[in-house]
Design a protein around this ligand. Sequence first.
Ligand SMILES: [Zn+2]
Length: 71
Amino acid sequence: MAQPSVAPTATAEISSIPLRQIAPWALFFGLVALLVLFFVSTDQGATSVISGTAIHEWVHDGRHLLGYPCH
Ligand SMILES: [Zn+2]
């Protein structure tokens, strides 16, 4: 068997994403994550933004998954 004499010439370029483009999205998703974490961990506890048990029931499994005291 003969070895192929032509070496592959195609190269893949990985473009970098500037920090200035990522920073607003990172801040936005960070704030959304904090809001979700607040509703999972704190709401329906000592404080309650929305009255009723809808939020509690909605995030109940997440609360147990993350180990927050529930019932
Ligand atoms: Zn529970």
